[in-house]
Design a protein around this ligand. Structure first.
Ligand SMILES: [Mg+2]
Length: 189
């Protein structure tokens, strides 16, 4: 099976990077929920929020630790599946992500960036059957287009609206189990 995997907040703990940036640069101690969306803008103001997000996607990318269990899970998955990193990062943001993935020896066949566009076309082109992401809006589009979607549950996506056919995975371990279940050959009758 071909599996698509998001980068920020799914493979790399971009939330930790944002928390560290806010503390080091602004002197603000923010929560995981305040690293994202309206809560983040409300806490930091638009200008500082955008600065933090851009830093996390550019020069501060290398500060991101791997998400818990991500590296081990991807090594296990890569033994049976083809893994594609599908990120919405822009042209000028994908370089640091590629560097990070190289440094952590992530076993991805290819790294594709959509520059903010929907991931539907990229997943179709790659023939991805299942995508793991931390944003339910991204996955809702995929599920609507007939592609399997799994949401890695985080504090900041807890209250966001979710497509009913989305698989919910509380951890990478759960995602491995899901991929093994969905990717298993049909039972012989
Ligand atoms: Mg993400």
């Amino acid at each position: 099976m071909r599996i698509g995997i998001d980068f920020d907040g799914t493979i790399a703990d971009t939330t930790a990077t944002k928390i560290r940036y806010a503390l080091d640069v602004f002197g603000e101690s923010i929560t995981p929920v305040e690293t994202f969306g309206l809560a983040g803008r409300g806490r930091l103001g638009d200008q500082r929020y955008v600065e933090m997000v851009q830093a996390a996607h550019r020069g501060w990318t290398h500060h991101a630790p791997p998400m818990p269990g991500a590296l081990e899970a991807m090594r296990r998955l890569a033994a049976a599946h083809d893994l594609y990193v599908v990120t919405a990062r822009n042209e000028d943001e994908v370089g640091p992500a590629r560097q990070w993935l190289r440094e952590f020896a992530v076993p991805a066949v290819e790294i594709v960036h959509t520059a903010g566009a929907s991931k539907v076309d990229a997943c179709r082109d790659l023939d991805v059957a299942l995508m793991l992401d931390d944003l339910p809006t991204v996955l809702g589009e995929l599920v609507g287009a007939g592609i399997g979607g799994a949401l890695l549950e985080t504090p900041y996506n807890r209250d966001l609206e979710r497509h009913e056919r989305l698989h919910l995975v509380p951890s990478w371990e759960h995602f491995v189990a899901l991929a093994e279940r969905l990717g298993a050959p049909p039972a012989v009758r």
